[in-house]
Design a protein around this ligand. Structure first.
Ligand SMILES: *Cc1c(COP(=O)(O)O)cnc(C)c1O
Length: 413
């Protein structure tokens, strides 16, 4: 959070309704450059996982640095294209691609499909055939490794819904000839998110590489290997120890030393997670029988991670006053006990009107937002070099209700 200056956020909060997200362009650029430098000399493609933060201005930053996109829906494709990411730098992942989505992605000319089931492979063949197109595809391998992360963001164990076993993938390649509209020439693996330990990556990548060698020996050409995302970031300063990007790159270089094709990376959280904060204002302090509740104007609908994953986020008052410390339960206004950002968190005493920033909110923050309790989506601002741009204005109540109507026009079923 060192990139965010209290004075700067305070100044913005005079013009922008709280809560709002603030992102640091500098920090995102530094992360992109760090990744590009670590892999210098290799044929790599960084495809940013759009779901982490799909704001057009964030995607525009990615596009400006030659970063592509990893998408899981047509909405994410539209955003990526609109922000200037070339279609041939887009990979399409996800277990539930529909015929309509596949058709639109083929029409746009995406780089490749990361295919997650035999049924999807057949569908890809049919849709591509109907278009007279050829689809490039990678099989998403489920390498059956434990990413040692939160259960809700582990994706590479045999019981997870993602990918197919190596045995099944082997059958796909041996039957490949029957798919005359699908060029199956890639492998893909993504084992989970917020991974802080290199070992799960080592195991997964070694399994993928061993399988690639086996395929090549059997006469199959493998043009690309997509090693997914998953790199963890710091939420708890001094406690979370992220993987050193140099170690990660060294592992990839060593594991794929014998591979001549393109390596794709799909980082999401790593590029944007630490580059965002949620700025919120204290509404009141409520003293319960044995707890002090700091009620703020942000809630679980704005930042879901604490409720969904029991995630720990740094919370810092911006008032700068020398105050005695108090242990607060920091809660939002939503009618759910789970609407709690922190419990018993010690910080300088706050009062109504004080601003606070919630750290580590750049990834899976705004993107997971909802209007639960009919709270409009918050504004998002991008900070760059002492200036800021509003990259999403706060939703109006009319916009929130747009599309709804009273039941007047009835249709026979
Ligand atoms: C979510 C996801 C990513 C990004 O994960 P991070 O942990 O944010 O890096 C990459 N690839 C796929 C297929 C995903 O589903």
């Amino acid at each position: 959070m060192s990139n965010f200056h209290p004075g700067e956020l305070d100044a913005i909060a005079r013009h922008v309704h709280t809560p709002f997200y603030a992102y640091s362009a500098d920090m995102i650029r530094a992360r992109i450059a760090g990744l590009q430098n670590a892999f210098r000399g290799l044929d790599i493609r960084i495809c940013y996982a759009v779901k982490a933060n799909p704001n057009l201005a964030i995607l525009q930053l990615m596009a400006g640095h030659g970063v592509g996109a990893d998408i899981v829906s047509l909405g994410e494709m539209q955003r990526s294209l609109k922000a200037g990411i070339a279609a041939d730098r887009i990979v399409f992942s996800g277990v539930g691609k529909t015929a309509e989505e596949i058709d639109a992605a083929l029409a746009a000319g995406v780089w490749r499909f990361n295919v997650e089931s035999a049924d999807e492979l057949q569908l890809l063949q049919h849709v591509a055939q109907a278009r007279g197109a050829s689809a490039r595809a990678a099989v998403r391998i489920n390498p059956d490794v434990d990413a040692r992360t939160h259960a809700k963001i582990s994706t590479g164990k045999a019981e997870d819904k993602f990918g197919v076993s190596i045995d099944e993938a082997r059958r796909w390649f041996s039957r490949g000839a029957s798919l005359n509209h699908v060029r199956l020439d890639g492998l893909h693996a993504h084992i989970g998110s917020q991974i802080l330990d290199l070992e799960p990556f080592r195991m997964a990548l070694q399994r993928v590489e061993a399988f690639r060698r086996e395929l090549v020996e059997a006469g199959h050409a493998i043009a690309s290997v997509d090693i997914g995302g998953g790199l963890g970031v710091v939420y708890r300063p001094g406690i979370d120890r992220p993987i050193d990007i140099a170690d990660y790159a060294a592992l990839v270089r060593e594991t794929f030393a014998g591979f001549q094709g393109t390596l794709a990376l799909e980082p999401g959280r790593y590029l944007v997670g630490e580059a965002g904060v949620l700025v919120t204002r204290a509404i009141r302090v409520k003293h319960g029988t044995d707890r002090h509740f700091l009620v703020v104007d942000a809630a679980m609908n704005d930042l879901l991670r604490p409720s969904l994953y029991d995630a720990w986020h740094e919370i810092v008052p911006l008032h700068g006053r020398a105050e005695a410390e108090v242990a607060y339960d920091v809660v939002g206004p939503v009618c759910e006990t789970g609407d709690t950002f922190a419990q018993g968190r010690t910080m300088a005493r706050c009062e109504a009107g004080d601003l606070l920033m919630i750290g580590g909110a750049g990834a899976y923050g705004a993107s997971m937002g909802s209007t639960y309790n009919s709270r409009p989506l918050p504004a998002e601002v991008l900070l760059d070099d002492g200036r800021y741009a509003i990259v999403r204005r706060r939703q109006t109540l009319a916009e929130m209700m747009a599309g709804e109507q009273l039941a007047q026009a009835w249709h026979e079923t």
